[in-house]
Write a new protein. Structure first.
Length: 260
């Protein structure tokens, strides 16, 4: 199989046209005419992920987050994205990104999170205007539970090293909205959906104050940990698109030092 054929198969499963306008998915480094030997999958296309791909004999690394996101003015091969690019080129590893087209897929990040948490009657938080499923997810819990209990369930189910909560821990939650990745700006959509609580990452200070003032309880997870939960589902999509085993790179978790 050639990379251009792999891209066509991926496009059938999670069309790149589903991505947000500001996003940059697809083949970001490599030759479409080159062959696919093995495929590695990671959340981020960093140097460690590429070294893992090389060790596994992979000619393609598929990452959720794009290798190139903002326009580049220079490439410093001694660090960061430049170092990763230089390593990939030297070792003939192509890099493909499946970012917001995977987020908005009917079996993508948010659908996976909603399914794992047992939400019922799940709908997208914001329906897509581009033919995708949509952004985020919202659904009904199997039974009303206290936010304290819900937080414990979220952390345990998604295998999170930490989960922050803002709101009333004794408040009963019947409806949960969520958005994997940076969803702090969607708090008003979560409130409008009738959710009692909202699970996401990267919530800004004023977003937190406004959502709490509106009566919406907040669960804030680590961005990478929340999205990494969908890697197994994405690996299954890639395996179906290629007919190959997909090797998943799981980064070591960071443990912040907290001064109390």
């Amino acid at each position: 199989m050639l990379i251009k054929e792999l891209l066509c198969n991926i496009d059938r499963a999670a069309p790149f046209a589903w991505a947000e306008e500001w996003d940059n998915p697809g083949l970001l480094l490599g030759d479409p005419e080159s062959s696919v030997s093995r495929i590695a999958l990671s959340l981020d296309p960093d140097l460690e992920s590429l070294k893992f791909a090389l060790k596994k004999g992979c000619s393609v690394l598929v990452s959720h987050h794009p290798l190139i996101f903002s326009p580049l003015k220079r490439i410093d091969c001694s660090r960061g994205a430049g170092e990763a690019m230089a390593f990939a080129i030297k070792n003939n590893i192509s890099v493909v990104s499946m970012h917001t087209n995977w987020d908005s897929a009917p079996d993508g990040v948010n659908a996976v999170l909603a399914g794992a948490l047992g939400l019922e009657s799940v709908t997208p938080l914001i329906p897509s205007a581009r033919g995708a499923w949509g952004t985020g997810a919202v659904g009904r819990l199997a039974r009303p539970i206290r936010c304290l209990e819900l937080g414990e369930k979220i952390r345990r189910t998604l295998n999170l090293s930490r989960l922050y909560f803002f709101g009333d821990p004794e408040c009963p939650a019947e409806r949960l909205a969520l958005c994997g990745g940076s969803g702090g700006g969607l708090w008003a959509d979560a409130l409008k959906s009738g959710a009692d609580a909202f699970l996401t990452s990267d919530v800004k200070y004023h977003e937190r104050l406004e959502s709490l003032a509106g009566g919406l309880n907040l669960f804030v997870a680590d961005h990478g940990e929340a999205e990494s939960f969908s890697l197994d589902a994405l690996a299954a999509v890639l395996s179906g698109a290629s007919g190959l085993e997909v090797f998943i790179f799981r980064a070591e978790r960071s443990h912040p030092l907290v001064f109390d």
